[in-house]
Design a protein around this ligand. Structure first.
Ligand code: ARG
Length: 475
């Protein structure tokens, strides 16, 4: 909870049966049960959307002559004042009033009198909450996609500065072939590009208005669902009233997209953690993103990426919580659904924090070009290039593989790289080798030769950087 108004929640037990539904009850709800079943402690976070939805509903009711213009105006003004008071921290939330919806509605009636009781005509908290969460999540997705874009820009800028910085590329975390650092960074960008489009997809699917579904079966009032949907910026009213109040796919879908995004951030984190270690020493992270150790004075720990890696666990947990919440739920609304909010809120908050931290940190990464270059040179990373060269000389690839394997064994024995061997040394393994072999054995020659679309050559990376930037700017 980040809003200021969240601190004022009275847990004073109710002495009368709940006013919103107490008509058929003989005794007030048990104090513990009131606390146990309440959601206002966390769903007060939806107050803006709740008020927005109620205003649209009241306006629509007036359009279809269920409310007079005067009643509508009183209700709208009352709701707006409540919104201002909540925003200013001048609103006391009550556990006895269960949730954000009933707290606001009861406060409205307290303030404007019995006309406030007409607001709930033709709706239910079931379609109300389904609307509120959609509105809220839509807004959050807009903020999150902006953050993803910010991080992507930082990555692409860094890639643009390192299109010819050579480092080892890995498979199995063993040195495989030389790549450029810019190319590696653009791989991160592709992951995030897919994450961005997953969030956009999710936003599009959730953008339907449940208002009018009421409790589950719709309502007998002559409501105009198109009008409510338009007022709230939804693409259209939802199709089926039962589905409208029970569907939480959009929350699951968001949490799945969040989990994949966090998985990507955890992979990037892992690389940053490895690269800042003394053993790799590929990059330097400014001190402001690190912390020290209270006992080991030499330590500088990459806390930000470590924490992001760790937070992936809770975001995955939230996804599983929602999937399990919805599993086997019969139609239509069930109280179980109240449990949808905290995991969803937590995934949104965690993702926003992690993206913000990364968007700040990535542009500040300093590459240690010398360490990257020596590491690429140390691992026989141009062995495949030598095999390809031999194929060019008419040797079958499998035989070339065998020949290069022997040359590598020789290099390990003598502690020299393939490119540091003399022509005579190389020829022991294949007399077909000529002096031009050194063009392909160097790291520069190796990367430059992979100049196709999607390849690691400096020229290909420079072109890919421009494409990535254009794609970002055309969103
Ligand atoms: N606080 C409830 C929730 O979050 C609102 C809907 C309650 N509906 C009901 N019929 N009890 O799901």
């Amino acid at each position: 909870m980040t809003d200021s108004q969240d601190k004022k929640t009275t847990s004073a037990p109710t002495t009368a049966a709940n006013q919103a539904w107490g008509g058929r009850f003989d005794e007030p709800v048990d104090d513990f049960v009131a606390r146990f079943t309440a959601s206002v402690q966390f769903d007060q976070r939806l107050y803006r959307e709740d008020i927005q939805g109620s205003i649209a509903h009241a306006q629509m009711l007036c359009e279809v002559d269920v409310l007079s213009a005067e009643e509508r105006d009183q209700i709208v003004a009352g709701l707006e004042h409540i919104g201002e008071d909540i925003g200013a921290g001048n609103f006391t939330w009550s556990i006895a009033r269960e949730d954000v919806h009933m707290n606001i509605e009861a406060a409205l009636t307290e303030r404007i009198g019995s006309v406030g009781k007409k607001l709930h005509t033709g709706r239910s908290r079931n379609d109300q909450v389904a609307t509120d969460i959609r509105l809220w999540l839509r807004h959050q997705i807009d903020d999150l996609t902006t953050l993803v874009g910010l991080l992507q820009r930082g990555i692409i800028d860094l890639a643009g500065r390192h299109n010819d910085t050579i480092m080892p590329g890995f498979t199995h975390l063993q040195t495989a072939q030389p790549v450029t650092f810019g190319h590696h960074l653009l791989a991160w960008n592709e992951m995030l590009e897919r994450d961005y489009s997953r969030l956009i997809d999710c936003r599009e699917r959730l953008n339907q208005c449940p208002l009018g579904a009421a409790a589950l079966a719709g309502t007998t009032y002559p409501i105009d669902r198109q009008s409510s949907a338009e007022k709230l910026g939804f693409a259209k009213p939802s199709e089926n009233s039962l589905d409208s109040v029970s569907d939480r796919d959009f929350a699951i879908e968001f949490c799945a997209a969040a989990s994949i995004l966090m998985t990507h951030l955890s992979r990037i984190s892992e690389e940053l953690i490895l690269w800042t270690s003394a053993q790799f020493n590929f990059i330097y992270l400014p001190d402001r993103f690190c912390t020290g150790s209270s006992i080991m004075p030499q330590k500088k720990n990459p806390d930000v990426p470590e924490l992001v890696r760790g937070k992936t666990g809770r975001v995955n947990g939230n996804l599983i919580a929602l999937l399990t919440l919805m599993k086997s739920q019969p139609l239509a609304y069930n109280k179980d659904n109240q449990e949808d909010k905290e995991p969803l809120f937590d995934s949104v908050d965690t993702l926003a924090d992690c993206l913000r931290a990364f968007a700040d940190m990535v542009p500040a990464i300093v590459a240690n070009k010398d360490a990257m270059y020596s590491a690429a040179k140390a691992g026989f990373s141009t062995a495949t290039d030598l095999a390809d060269y031999l194929v060019g000389r008419g040797i079958a690839f499998r035989d070339a593989h065998e020949i290069v394997g022997k040359s590598v064994a020789y290099g390990i024995d003598k502690a020299i790289d393939l490119s540091d061997m003399s022509l005579a040394e190389l020829r022991q393994f294949a007399p077909e080798i000529d002096a031009d072999v050194f063009d392909v054995l160097t790291l520069e020659g190796s990367v430059a030769a992979r100049s196709h679309h999607g390849g690691t050559a400096p020229s290909a990376v420079a072109a890919a950087t421009l494409r990535a930037l254009a794609r970002l700017e055309n969103r």
